[in-house]
Design a protein around this ligand. Structure first.
Ligand code: NAP
Length: 536
């Protein structure tokens, strides 16, 4: 690591933060361009989301054909996925294999959490300091920390004296936690909580689930790929296809208009998409269902009926069937045996609104109605999504402006790629881009990384710094808001709107205009010599 006195000339061309999907590909691209690049990774290994989120039942909700790198034959069809929706362990193994195939490890510094990044206008470089106090400098910084990496942990009175284990799902220890035969509480029933509950219900002695909001779900159709018949894809074709579909999958939205399709045909379409056992009913259906209340209610009721059919207890039905928001306005989880878990004698579902947790004792959770003995409390309570990872770092741009202060008041970006006032800082999985929330992650990661790499290549021959102009950023924010405000998602509180974090600026965090429109906007900027960005 560089000595502080040498920081006035950049030690690296680029520093990448994070070694998950985005960071690995970003390192590969920049190295291929001949740029001296290093990656800082807080974990002890590669994997990002798939390194940290090792909770029971963690697996992708995207099928393996599109949840992988498709940019090179060196990787495509060389890794044999064992099932349609791979587990955390398999996805983590895959990313380790990618790191080895592309020989990336020598340029990754593990156990290095970045503490601050400060722009030096004088030297046109970033000074990066890690938690250990070590410093280096780089011309460019690329944030590859993923949209969901800063956990939100509830605070409970009495937690210091609790003698059991309290763990957030994204901080699950490497050595695992023994749950068999223990009394476990799960707090939260988003995509994560649902996976945990359905996985551990049969194994634990007693399971108590605290639910604040019931979610719509779709049954996952998972199946193994035989070793004799591994999944085979045409990488180049599939990569192109994923950039032409609304959600970055290999299926697109329904292009017929809701109003022009008769009710029987709408129903048949919903049934067909439902039976796919993936996210097609959410991001591969009629566009109107996420924009118009009537269409949304029709599909919401369709899903409610499906859920009701799985529950034989009226009290449970009332708790588990969502009625306070429309289908798809929250992230729709895929599930396997989730509702059946609640039919077990050892599982209790508590409505956390009606019966909140009052405090903990050394051995129990106390609510308004009961004391529940517990050994392990699993917080599936979500994340300070999309902005949290970067605002956790003291990022100072031109004139010492703080990114955390700026985003604390108003979350803004220029196409998600940059923020005005922060030259040479690029962001992947960023606010106001689809990658932040509405995209099959590897699709958008590959696209963003390629755009950023080409942009850096362009700047290198023309100057030392690039920065989004205030005008272009304002234009993008206005376009984003117009697109977002046409959706029901923006009108429904969730992590998509920042509503899960008190005081967080409320703007739909991801661009909901679809991948093709976003890719085209990025392409136009590039074709026009990075119009909207100034190079100095
Ligand atoms: P989440 O969707 O934000 O869900 C958090 C849950 O915790 C919600 O049910 C929330 O209730 C509840 N909660 C938060 N604080 C609480 C408190 N103090 N008391 C009681 N309940 C509380 O978080 P997540 O489930 O971790 O999922 C986040 C995102 O990660 C997903 O939307 C998805 O994008 C991604 N994910 C993907 C997969 C996959 O691909 N398979 C799996 C897991 C996660 P409210 O809804 O009432 O706020």
């Amino acid at each position: 690591m560089a000595e502080a006195q040498h920081l006035d000339t950049p030690q690296y061309d680029a520093v990448v933060i994070g070694a998950g999907f985005a960071g690995l590909y970003q390192l590969h691209c920049l190295r291929e361009m001949g740029l001296a690049t290093t990656v800082f990774e807080a974990g002890s290994n590669v994997g990002g989301t798939w390194y940290w989120n090792r909770y029971p039942g963690a697996r992708t909700d995207s099928p393996s054909n599109v949840y992988q790198f498709l940019f090179t034959d060196k990787l495509v069809n060389q890794w044999h996925w064992s099932e349609r929706f791979p587990s955390q362990a398999e996805t983590e193994r895959y990313l380790n294999w990618v790191a080895d195939q592309l020989d990336l490890r020598s340029d990754i510094q593990f156990n290095q959490r970045v503490d601050s990044a400060v722009w030096s206008a004088e030297n046109a470089c970033w000074i990066i300091t890690t938690e250990s106090g070590a410093q280096t400098s780089a011309r460019f910084v690329i944030s590859c920390m993923g949209p969901l990496s800063k956990p939100v942990l509830p605070s409970f009175k009495g937690s210091e004296a609790f003698e059991g284990i309290i763990v957030h799902t994204s901080q699950w220890p490497q050595q695992d936690i023994e749950l068999a035969g223990r009394r476990v509480a799960v707090i939260g029933t988003g995509a994560t909580g649902i996976q945990v509950v359905q996985t551990i219900a049969a194994e634990v002695q007693q399971l108590t689930v605290f639910q604040r909001t019931a979610n719509y779900t779709i049954p996952m159709k998972n199946y193994p790929y035989a070793e004799s018949e591994p999944l085979q894809v045409d990488g180049a074709q599939l990569l192109q296809r994923t950039r032409q579909t609304f959600g970055g999958f290999d299926f697109d939205i329904e292009h017929r208009l809701w109003a022009e399709v008769d009710p029987a045909e709408r129903r048949a379409t919903m049934e067909r998409l439902w039976s796919e056992g993936n996210l097609a009913l959410w991001v591969g259906s009629f566009a109107e269902q996420l924009m118009e209340a009537e269409a949304n209610e029709a599909v919401s009721e369709f899903v409610r009926q499906k859920i009701r059919a799985r529950i034989n207890d009226p009290e449970l039905e009332q708790k588990l069937v969502p009625t306070d928001h429309g289908f798809g306005t929250h992230r729709v989880p895929l599930e396997t045996g989730y509702y059946e878990a609640y039919a077990r004698d050892n599982v209790q579902l508590i409505d956390a609104n009606e019966e909140p947790i009052l405090h903990l004792t050394p051995t129990s959770i106390v609510t308004a109605h009961q004391e529940i003995p517990v050994d392990v409390i699993i917080c599936a309570t979500g994340f300070d999504a999309v902005t949290g990872a970067l605002t956790n770092i003291d990022v100072r741009g031109r004139d010492n402006r703080s990114l955390a202060d700026l985003w604390g008041k108003d979350v803004r970006t220029a196409m998600g790629m940059q923020v005005h006032g922060f030259p040479n800082l690029f962001i992947t999985s960023s606010p106001l881009s689809p990658a932040g929330a509405f995209c099959n992650a590897p699709t958008c990661v590959q696209h963003s990384v390629e755009w950023i790499s080409e942009c850096i290549g362009y700047v290198q021959n023309r100057g030392s710094a690039i920065e989004a102009t205030a005008e272009f950023e304002a234009q993008w924010v206005a376009h984003h808001d117009e697109t977002a405000n046409a959706t029901l998602i923006a009108k429904t509180p969730s992590w998509y709107t920042g509503a899960n974090i008190e005081g967080k600026s409320s703007r739909l965090i991801g661009y909901p205009g679809g991948i093709p429109a976003y890719v085209e906007a990025c392409e136009q900027v590039k074709q026009n010599g990075y119009a909207g960005f100034s190079i100095s």
